[in-house]
Design a protein around this ligand. Structure first.
Ligand code: BG6
Ligand code: GLC
Ligand code: GLC
Length: 924
């Protein structure tokens, strides 16, 4: 096979090159040869200068500072660790671009056990020149045809094949299977590929070909394949060096040093793309006139200047240019040239390597030159050997300077004085050239004396390494599939949400009519929103949310002033006896009164009691059942106001005048209604969730009267308790419900509110761990602990301003040790769970506002919703998702959401104020 194939040079067949301009043709042949050879000599100082300048270019690029096309590129590769030897499976590897015009397909079997190896099968195909320079689609179609031809000869099925794509050109990778070609290098120049995702182009071509179903799971640079396929020696192999048609290296960098990555732990493999290095200050002094001519005639003029001094595609060409010049000056071959000597690409790396091979002998050198159509004398042959040696020695030395820069970088980033490191080498220059490796080694020792480097030749030209990366990518892709499958039930369609809205409408109607319904639709005896004429001082209690509060509310002409204090309700009290709970409440009131100097005064009291109550009047509320975390005994079925009054009586010292009991939704609506008369809906999304709204009295079967309005406490948390939401319930909802203190109850609330979302996430994470998708499949005691994953973590994790590394910090605080893939997946779980919650809540609000609109026979309704609750207020996206869902499902309602600033205690006081005014009760 023709190794070089298309040379990447402008073909100017038959046009003889002139002797190099600018170079005299002295008559003394030895002098002229010496002069040419001299140009290829690079001093130690020059090499060091190149090393320093390259290191500087690398460090600039890592910092993400604008890099001119002439700098190294430092491209992250999405390979985060060197192989641990447990990767296994069968993989197809397609190699394009490493070795000239050759495309290679391999079948690699990874055994999963270190040291066990199975020889890969492989086949090479020559890419025709017109394909290398033609339309991109033609190149990828060619690759797909080669794949089919290779697979046809193997005993494999045509389904489920996994392919690793070794694509050796500079690419911006955005994932293990996403890679955009920046620019062609070497001899390729296919149109329509630069700026495109090469994985997609290959996938499309395989599909067009249609014979095999092959999944392209990973794309890697040849340097990465070389590094990853390296048999682990003394230490891990963390550098991959390729000198093939072109040249490049990759190495493991600390992720925190890579500005473009949002990552502060671990390492990531960086493809240096040093071929594009061409700092004039450093390279200028070593560039010869032959390098300039070569560049001038190449396909990529001015680009890849460093590569053009080292890569196998160019070594033969440099030799040819020197020999042609010397022949044309009459000092070689008796002044004669041959077509091969004058044709670009006439001398190949193979020729150069053989000429330099000490075992070849003079006769062999003669034979090679004769094959090139030349007729050398003995001294000609000797000169030719010197020219080859000069060109290749320089190449090996320059390559050593670049490698030394990478080693210095490793030393810097790891803060090590000395470095012991293995470098995997690959490429035909290493394989063919007799002295390249030894010159490289010697020079590296001089330039990086503190590094102890062992050079390890790559296995199967990197095919094994590509298979390794593919194995990892395949595992990640499988994990992603499992993640998607797990989260799919959380992702609700518009139709599903519309069905929830419709079901809710139906349940509302039934509840109002007193028919069996999971929505109780409780009348609250609040008939109007505040009108601003309310005045006086009131006490308020606020029980049932995150905090228990006692408040003093001063309602005056200038507005409302609130003084309040938070008291805790220990879990043992919330779940102890009713008497204990109400005694505790009265103790808190007494304490508050003392602190506020109110002892002895009997202020009217409004009681926000955020649990379902049947009300027969404003000051009467029979607790139907506890919800959220409360479960105090002997309260259900009792009038809460009586329970409070009895506790007051037991505490003889105080006198309190309990005027009204209100649900928190009602308190919130009233509180917001004080500012905005359109506020006719109250919504809570906090520990629990619920809504109330102003209904036409005529629709409320249990309250007499046909005109006017009444606020209805929907108790929508219980929506679906009749099984009507079971279609939407996931296995995780079922687990959360089962572990709760009220199984089977508050099913809507358990999908939406703060008390439960963290638990849903926790159960989902446990499941994903058991599938091996998260945390390397390691279950931890911490994650098995109930309520360990707080709902506030969802708000924190989903906050846009937090980088993934901070997400990880939050989770690590929980004792979870996780990779960045884990962090991303946890984020996605949180997003799926909170998005569903917000959308369900939106469907509920849509049902309510549509009901109000229809009640009033309006074409369009303008209404405000007063909202409170920690989840709604703290979560970064919850409120906008609710609003978006309402817009979608209730397009004829213009809904404004008002966040309650003062809590529902203010609303309770306003309800009390209205009641006092109506009863003409004296207010203080
Ligand atoms: C508060 C109200 O602001 O919000 C309470 O004053 C209400 O009445 C609570 O119950 C709801 O939110 P959370 O998150 O505290 O349950
Ligand atoms: C060229 C490519 C690079 C590749 C190297 C060796 O420099 O741009 O990606 O690694 O050749 O094949
Ligand atoms: C629970 C209560 C309800 C309250 C809601 C919000 O669902 O049953 O009354 O409004 O939580 O706090």
């Amino acid at each position: 096979m023709d190794f070089i194939g298309s040379l990447g040079l402008q073909q100017r067949e038959g046009v003889p090159s002139c002797p190099q301009e600018g170079l005299p043709c002295p008559s003394n042949s030895s002098e002229l040869v010496q002069e040419c050879l001299q140009q290829f000599k690079v001093t130690g100082a020059q090499l060091r200068q190149i090393q320093i300048s390259l290191l500087d270019s690398m460090e600039q690029a890592l910092k993400g500072q604008a890099s001119p096309a002439s700098a190294v590129r430092m491209l992250p590769t999405y390979v985060g660790s060197t192989p641990h030897g447990t990767e296994q499976g069968d993989f197809v590897v397609l190699e394009l671009g490493a070795t000239g015009a050759s495309l290679r397909v391999l079948w690699v079997t990874l055994m999963g056990i270190e040291g066990h190896k199975m020889e890969p099968r492989s086949q090479e195909f020559v890419i025709p020149q017109e394909v290398m320079l033609g339309p991109g689609q033609q190149l990828f179609d060619f690759a797909a045809r080669c794949l089919s031809e290779f697979l046809d000869a193997l005993p494999v099925g045509n389904q489920g094949l996994q392919l690793g794509f070794s694509f050796s050109f500079p690419c911006h990778q955005t994932g293990l299977d996403k890679s955009t070609l920046i620019s062609w290098t070497k001899g390729f120049r296919c149109s329509g590929v630069e700026g495109q995702d090469v994985v997609q182009l290959l996938r499309d071509a395989i599909q067009r070909q249609g014979t095999y179903s092959i999944d392209v799971v990973a794309v890697v640079n040849d340097t990465v394949g070389t590094m990853m396929g390296c048999e682990p020696g003394v230490g891990p192999c963390e550098v991959g060096l390729v000198v093939d048609t072109g040249t490049n290296a990759c190495y493991m960098e600390e992720a925190r040093h890579v500005a473009v990555l949002d990552e502060d732990r671990g390492r990531v493999c960086i493809s240096v793309e040093w071929g594009s290095f061409s700092d004039d200050g450093a390279l200028g002094p070593v560039l010869t006139i032959f390098d300039r001519t070569l560049d001038h005639e190449s396909l990529n003029l001015g680009a890849q200047r460093f590569e053009k001094m080292i890569g196998g595609l160019y070594l033969g060409e440099l030799v040819r240019l020197v020999l042609a010049h010397l022949a044309q000056c009459g000092v070689l071959f008796g002044g004669y040239t041959s077509p091969a000597l004058l044709r670009q690409g006439g001398i190949l790396l193979e020729h150069v390597a053989e000429i330099e091979d000490p075992s070849a002998g003079a006769a062999r050198v003669h034979a090679i030159l004769q094959d090139l159509g030349l007729n050398p004398s003995a001294s000609d042959a000797e000169f030719v050997q010197h020219v080859c040696a000069a060109v290749c020695t320089r190449a090996a030395q320059l390559c050593a300077a670049a490698l030394a820069a990478v080693l210095s970088r490793l030393q810097h980033s790891r803060e090590q004085q000395t470095l012991q490191i293995a470098v995997a080498t690959g490429g035909r220059v290493f394989e063919r050239h007799p002295r390249f490796l030894s010159i490289l080694q010697e020079t590296v020792m001089l330039l990086a004396p503190e590094c102890d480097v062992s050079f390890i030749p790559s296995v199967d030209g990197g095919g094994q390494g590509v298979a390794m990366v593919t194995a990892v990518a395949a595992r990640l892709a499988a994990h992603r599939c499992l993640l998607e499958e797990t989260l799919a039930p959380f992702r609700l369609t518009r139709e599903q949400l519309a069905a929830v809205q419709a079901q809710m409408r139906e349940a509302m109607a039934k509840g109002l009519q007193g028919e069996a319904s999971s929505l109780r639709m409780l009348p609250t005896y609040v008939r109007d929103t505040p009108d601003g004429s309310e005045r006086g001082d009131f006490l308020a209690l606020d029980l049932g949310g995150t905090n228990f509060r006692v408040l003093l509310v001063h309602v005056a002409t200038g507005g409302v002033q609130i003084t309040s204090q938070i008291y805790s309700i220990p879990e043992c009290v919330a779940q102890g006896s009713g008497q204990q709970l109400f005694d505790h409440i009265v103790d808190c009131i007494v304490d508050f009164q003392e602190k506020q100097g109110l002892s002895g005064q009997s202020l009217p009291l409004g009681f926000t009691f955020s649990f379902p109550c049947t009300q027969l009047g404003l000051d009467q509320g029979i607790l139907l059942n506890w919800t959220k975390g409360f479960n105090a005994s002997d309260c259900e079925g009792q009038d809460v106001v009586c329970l409070l009054r009895e506790a007051i009586r037991r505490r003889q010292a105080v006198e309190l005048n309990v005027v009204a009991i209100v649900n928190d939704t009602v308190g919130t609506m009233m509180s917001c209604g004080y500012e905005d008369p359109h506020c006719e809906v109250g919504l809570i999304v906090g520990t629990g969730t619920n809504a109330c709204y102003m209904e036409e009295l005529r629709n409320v079967a249990s309250v007499a009267g046909d005109s006017g309005h009444m606020c209805i406490n929907m108790e929508w948390g219980a929506f679906g308790d009749d099984g009507s939401l079971s279609m939407l319930s996931t296995r995780f909802d079922a687990s959360v419900d089962q572990a709760s203190i009220n199984p089977g109850k508050q099913r809507f609330e358990k999908m939406i509110s703060g008390m439960y979302l963290g638990e849903i996430v926790r159960h989902t994470l446990l499941h994903l761990t058991s599938l091996g998708v998260l945390f390397r499949g390691q279950q931890t005691q911490r994650l098995q602990t109930r309520d360990i994953f707080k709902t506030k973590f969802l708000s924190e994790i989903e906050s846009d301003s937090l980088a993934l590394r901070q997400v990880r910090a939050i989770l690590e605080d929980l004792g979870l040790s996780l990779t960045s893939d884990d962090a991303l997946m946890v984020l996605e779980v949180c997003q799926a769970v909170s998005q569903r919650a917000a959308q369900l809540c939106g469907a509920g609000v849509a049902a309510v506002v549509e009901k109000i609109r229809e009640n009033r026979g309006l074409e369009e309704l303008t209404v405000s919703v007063g909202v409170d609750g920690t989840l709604y207020k703290l979560h970064p996206h919850f409120s906008s998702l609710v609003a978006a869902t309402v817009r979608e499902l209730a397009p004829r309602c213009v809904v404004t959401f008002l966040q309650s600033e003062d809590g529902s205690g203010k609303g309770a006081a306003l309800v009390t104020a209205v009641a006092c005014r109506l009863a003409q009760m004296p207010c203080v």
